[in-house]
Design a protein around this ligand. Structure first.
Ligand code: ADP
Ligand code: TMP
Ligand code: MG
Ligand code: ZN
Length: 196
């Protein structure tokens, strides 16, 4: 039987990494073999650690490119977990397909969109391949409702690849996002390219 791909997406703070780690815990409780990868680029909490915004953490293999995962996959595992898939090259999709064909279950978590509402391509391709998709939401930083589907950048940098946390990004609902983008304060740091 082939493996299954589960993809968890949503804005920042929506619990993607928490859900990924809770799936991994189930495998660990069952004494199954697992591997957890993260992009080497994300050094927020140290190079070999995946950490949630609430403080849960797990040891992970940091890799720069998809091909760097290959040596770790020579030995058969039951499931592969990958956090922050938005930062990986598109070869990840090919590798995931191969793992599924080899009966390995794959769990991916990542941002669906940048703070400018542009889709992250690797995440988008994985969503197309997925057997199961979970789209999560966060609490809107502005209005306090549990309906934040977007991430808004509060720092000055315009870069869509920019590792960081609360000092740079907030989770917001669409109405609050549009209000922030429409305001003088927001005009420089949010909004999709089409709205510029
Ligand atoms: P993600 O990987 O999607 O960024 P995490 O799994 O790392 O999310 O963190 C989720 C945790 O973040 C929540 O359990 C909560 O403790 C915390 N958190 C901080 N800000 C928010 C917010 N605005 N909405 C929801 N959870 C938040
Ligand atoms: P998180 O979803 O686990 O909170 O982590 C998202 C990471 O992605 C975090 O390091 C910030 C980064 N990021 C970007 O590089 N570009 C973006 O447009 C957004 C929204 C986040
Ligand atoms: Mg995360
Ligand atoms: Zn809101």
């Amino acid at each position: 039987m082939s493996g299954k791909l589960t993809v968890i997406v949503g804005p920042m703070y929506s619990g993607k990494t928490t859900e990924l780690l809770s799936y991994m815990e189930i495998y660990k409780l069952g004494r199954k073999k697992t591997l957890l990868f993260k992009p080497a680029l994300d050094v927020r909490y140290g190079t070999s650690v995946v950490k949630t915004h609430s403080g849960l953490e797990a040891q992970a293999v940091p890799v720069e490119f998809t091909k760097d995962m290959l040596p770790y996959l020579r030995e058969k595992v039951d499931a592969v977990f990958i956090d922050e898939v938005q930062f990986f090259d598109k070869d990840l999709v090919k590798l995931v397909r191969k793992l599924l064909d080899e009966n390995v279950n794959v769990f991916c978590a990542g941002l669906d969109m940048t703070f400018k509402q542009n889709p992250f391509e690797t995440t988008m391709l994985l969503l197309a391949l997925a057997n199961e998709v979970t789209k999560k939401k966060a609490v809107c930083h502005v209005c306090g409702e549990y309906n934040a589907t977007l991430t808004y950048k509060i720092s000055d940098s315009d870069s869509e690849i920019d590792v960081g946390g609360k000092e740079k990004y907030i989770a917001v609902c669409r109405d609050c996002y549009n209000r922030l983008v429409g305001s003088t304060y927001g005009a420089s740091s949010g909004g999709s390219d089409e709205n510029r």
